[in-house]
Write a protein of this length. Structure first.
Length: 85
């Protein structure tokens, strides 16, 4: 399934992800720190979404209370609820 999330409090403006049976198949960020986000997307590819959530949840960016990785954890949490996992 594909899922689109609109992050808040960060530089990226959109997260598009694809899940298959609770496993991340792809993630694409729009905006944000291009190289860092490509790296994160590469690292979480083919990872169980719940594992990625546990690793990324709560990460902060500088003085902000959230970050793009934290927003990805929120997107994955919502996507899993939609997928029923």
């Amino acid at each position: 399934m594909t899922y689109t999330y609109s992050p808040t409090g960060v530089c990226s403006s959109r997260i598009d992800l694809e899940l298959e049976d609770g496993v991340i198949r792809s993630v694409v960020f729009t905006g944000g720190c291009n190289g860092n986000l490509k790296g994160i997307c590469s690292l979480v590819k083919d990872m169980p979404a719940k594992e990625a959530i546990s690793k990324l949840q709560g990460i902060q960016c500088g003085w902000k209370p959230t970050s793009c990785p934290d927003q990805l954890s929120k997107a994955l949490t919502e996507a899993l609820q939609v997928e029923g996992k």
